[in-house]
Design a protein around this ligand. Structure first.
Ligand code: GLY
Length: 348
C-alpha cells in the first residue's frame, strides 16, 4: 500500500508513504540509521536485512522524551562530522516520534539540509508524527520550541514492528487515529466503530486512512498556517493534562484521549456535537483502554495553564472542536465561563 503526498506549494518536494511494502532499500552514499537501544535490540537486525548503502553507520541515542534535546543533537552531529557525511548522505530515523523528530531536525540543519527517511516503529509515529515534516527538540522553555519543517524523502511503515509494542503505546496511537476520523471523515469514523484494530487487516486499513487524511491536510498547509492546526484536536486540553502530571502519568496519546473527551464536552455545550455523538467517540477510545476522564483539582489553575503553553496566544485560547462526526470547527472566541463549566464537570 502507498499514499502519495503531493504538495500544493510548488517549492515543496512530494514523497510517498509505503505501508508494509519495505522489501529492499538500496541507497547510495553514506547512510546513518538513528535509533535507540530498545528499538535496535528488537528490530535493527530485520531492518538491516533490507537496507544496503555504500557506507552504513548506526547512531544510538538514549531512549525517551527527556533525551529529545540539544545534547542528543550534538551527539548525532558529531558522529556525522567524524564520518565525513556530506550533502549526498542520508539519515534514517528508526524509532518512535522522539527519534523521528530529532533525526529530521539534524537532517534539516546538517550542511544546510540533507535527505532523511522515516521508518517509524510506534503506532503513533506511523499514523501521525512521521508524516508531514515536523521536526525538532525540547528545551527548558517547552516542548518542540526549536525545530524546522523538513520533509522526509519517504516514509516506510511496517506493521510488523508493532508486534512488540506495549498495549498502552498501541492505544496511544489509536487516539490519533480517532482524531483524524472525527475531524475529517465520517465514513472512516463509522468504520472504526465496527473495526478491531488489533486485527492486522483492520490495522493496515486504519493506518492507510489516517495517513491519507494527514497527507491531504499537510499537502494543503505544510507550515500550519490554518487547516493543519485541526490535527491539534484534543491537544489544547491534553497539553495541560500532560503538564499538570509532569509528563509522567500519561503517554501523549493517552492525554490526547482525555483531551478529545474534554473538547467534545465543550462542543456539546456549543451545540456543535450531540451527547450521543460524543458518547460514540468515547466508546471507541474506551474500547482500546484509553483514559476518557481526569480529575481536575483546581479548575482555575487548569484554565490558567492554557496560557502557559509557549506557543499559545497570550489572550486567546484556540480550541479545535468536532462539528458533528467527520467535520471540525476552530474557535478562539469561547467565553471563559463556558470553558470553566466544562472543567467543573471534571473537578473532584
Ligand atoms: N502532529 C500534528 C502535525 O503533524 O501537525
Amino acid at each position: 500500500m502507498k499514499v502519495d503526498i503531493n504538495f500544493e506549494a510548488k517549492n515543496s518536494s512530494n514523497y510517498s508513504v509505503y505501508i508494509d511494502a519495505l522489501t529492499s532499500l538500496n541507497l547510495s552514499g553514506k547512510v546513518a540509521i538513528i535509533t535507540n537501544p530498545k528499538v535496535s535490540g528488537l528490530h535493527l537486525k530485520s531492518l538491516l536485512e533490507k537496507i544496503t548503502a555504500d557506507e552504513l553507520y548506526i547512531i544510538t541515542i538514549a531512549d525517551g522524551e527527556s533525551y529529545k534535546n540539544q545534547e542528543s543533537i550534538d551527539l548525532i552531529l558529531e558522529n556525522l562530522f567524524n564520518h565525513k557525511f556530506n550533502r549526498g548522505s542520508t539519515l534514517i530515523a528508526f524509532g518512535g516520534g522522539v527519534i523521528g523528530d530529532m533525526t529530521g531536525f539534524v537532517a534539516s540543519i546538517y550542511q544546510r539540509g540533507i535527505d532523511f527517511i522515516q521508518v517509524p516503529t510506534t503506532l503513533l509515529s506511523q499514523v501521525d508524527a512521521s508524516v508531514g515534516g515536523k521536526t525538532g527538540i525540547n528545551n527548558k522553555f517547552g516542548k518542540n520550541l526549536i525545530g524546522a519543517f523538513h520533509q522526509p524523502q519517504a516514509v516506510y511503515i511496517q506493521t510488523d514492528f508493532l508486534k512488540s509494542l506495549p498495549s498502552r503505546e498501541f492505544g496511544a496511537g489509536v487516539a490519533e487515529i480517532v482524531k483524524m476520523a472525527v475531524t475529517f471523515d465520517l465514513e472512516f469514523f463509522e468504520w472504526l466503530e465496527e473495526a478491531d484494530l488489533r486485527k492486522i487487516s483492520d490495522l493496515q486499513l486504519s493506518i492507510k486512512k489516517s495517513v491519507e487524511t494527514k497527507a491531504w491536510v499537510v499537502a494543503q498547509d505544510e507550515k500550519e498556517k490554518g487547516l493543519r492546526a485541526v490535527l491539534n484536536y484534543g491537544h489544547t486540553f491534553a497539553h495541560v493534562v500532560e503538564n499538570l502530571t509532569d509528563y509522567k502519568k500519561y503517554l501523549h496519546g493517552e492525554a490526547v484521549s482525555i483531551g478529545i473527551c474534554m473538547a467534545n464536552d465543550l462542543a456539546v455545550k456549543l451545540d456543535l456535537l450531540s451527547s450521543s455523538q460524543s458518547q460514540r467517540i468515547k466508546n471507541i477510545l474506551a474500547s482500546y483502554d484509553l483514559p476518557t476522564t481526569y480529575e481536575i483539582k483546581d479548575v482555575n489553575a487548569f484554565y490558567n495553564h492554557f496560557f502557559l503553553d509557549k506557543k499559545a496566544d497570550d489572550t486567546k485560547i484556540k480550541f479545535i472542536l468536532a462539528k458533528g462526526l467527520g467535520d471540525h470547527q476552530m474557535r478562539d472566541d469561547i467565553d471563559k465561563e463556558i470553558v470553566l463549566s466544562v472543567l467543573k464537570e471534571y473537578s473532584v
